[in-house]
Design a protein around this ligand. Structure first.
Ligand code: AOF
Ligand code: ZN
Length: 348
């Protein structure tokens, strides 16, 4: 059955409502209740984990019995599970809603199945309406749901010969101002910036996202320090506008799992070589940003250390998505190739 003009408009309205909610562990979801003639009767949205889901928020605007015969228009398939809150499928059925229109299927294996449950109760269900817009809105959340962990970008800057520092460990500034500005805008787009404690001790980074004039950007990712050593009380990172998280472990999967619980969807790993190598070795990288400066450093301070490649067959093969010139430097953006992908070098 087709979707009415009023329903079509209502789903766009529901997208706008969804954006009132926070980006976090739970998806941003909006809901609109329509009368049979297409008038909006109630609106709702989800205000974050532990609070009412969008459908229930909209239903709560109405007196008992008032939702009978209404159509619910929702950005995400109504859930079918008792998590922090009860199942929306049951709430809609109990309220007497007779039709449900939604954009995106819920990929969460625990919460999914709402559409089937509704249909089994005799509710008309129309899914996939404005699916592309819905998926764009939920991109990060869907990504995390699919990966089962936050998406990980690993960044480093290196000399043309693959070194991250000179022999004495000095590494400021391998790349030029344009490359550094690019890093800052990408930092600001992440939810967390992760560094190894070795980098904190060696470089004392502030890990803030700054404008080119040095002022702080409005959005500041959560700083995260991984490693067993203590971060000094006077370290610059302790003056970050957000209190840093410290993980006294080398179990990166456990760190990512905890960050996910905190609603972090995109992680930016900034250093140094030991931590970057550990993420690569563990296969926990979705995107690599390599800033390459036209400088030679030689010596032993490699951009990556041991990533578990003993022989060429074990090499981590990548697909380059873009190459950009930033002043005198190059930015190469690459992603790991899925294990099953063919090798374009023809080496089998
Ligand atoms: C909906 N409507 O507004 C949202 C849904 O722990 P809970 O009970 O909050 O459930 C969280 C899961 O429910 C979340 O992972 C996602 O699958 C779904 N979110 N579902 O019907 C909503 N926010
Ligand atoms: Zn729900």
């Amino acid at each position: 059955m087709a979707v009415s003009t009023a329903e079509d408009a209502a789903i766009l309205r529901a997208f706008a409502l969804a954006l009132n909610g926070p980006r976090g562990v739970n998806p941003q979801v909006g809901a609109v209740l329509l009368s049979p003639d297409g008038t909006i009767v109630a609106e709702g949205w989800h205000r974050g984990a532990g609070t009412a889901h969008a459908e229930v928020d909209a239903l709560s605007q109405l007196a008992p019995g008032e939702a009978r015969g209404l159509t619910a228009v929702v950005t995400l398939e109504p859930c079918n599970h008792s998590g922090r809150t009860g199942p929306c499928s049951e709430a809609l059925i109990a309220a007497g809603v007779t039709r449900v229109v939604y954009a995106v299927d819920d990929p969460n294996p625990e919460a999914g199945g709402g559409a089937e449950r509704l249909a089994a109760a005799g509710v008309e269900v129309e899914g996939g309406v404005h699916r592309a817009e819905g998926e764009a809105l939920l991109k990060s959340w869907l990504n995390v749901a699919e990966l089962g962990r936050p998406a990980v970008t690993v960044k480093w800057a290196q000399s043309l010969d693959g070194r991250a520092a000179a022999h004495d460990g000095t590494s400021q500034w391998i790349t030029g101002p344009q490359a550094r500005a690019d890093v800052h805008s990408r930092r600001a787009a992440a939810d967390a910036i992760v560094v190894g404690v070795g980098t904190v001790l060696a470089d004392d980074p502030s890990l803030t996202a700054r404008e080119s004039d040095g002022s702080l950007r409005a959005s500041q990712p959560q700083p995260v320090v991984i490693g067993r050593a203590e971060t000094p009380t006077d370290a610059a990172i302790r003056r970050h506008p957000r209190t840093p998280l410290f993980y006294d472990t080398h179990n990166l999967s456990a760190v990512l799992a905890d960050l996910r619980e905190r609603g972090i969807q995109r992680v930016f790993v900034e250093g140094g070589p030991t931590l970057a190598s550990a993420f690569v070795r563990a296969g926990l990288v979705d995107e690599l940003l390599v800033y390459v400066a036209p400088v030679l450093l030689g010596g032993d301070r490699l951009a990556l250390g041991d990533i578990g490649v003993g022989t060429i067959g074990d090499a981590h093969r990548l697909t380059v998505s873009t190459i950009e010139r930033l002043g005198d430097d190059l930015l190469v953006v690459a992603s790991p190739r899925p294990a099953s992908a063919p090798d374009p070098q023809g080496a089998q």
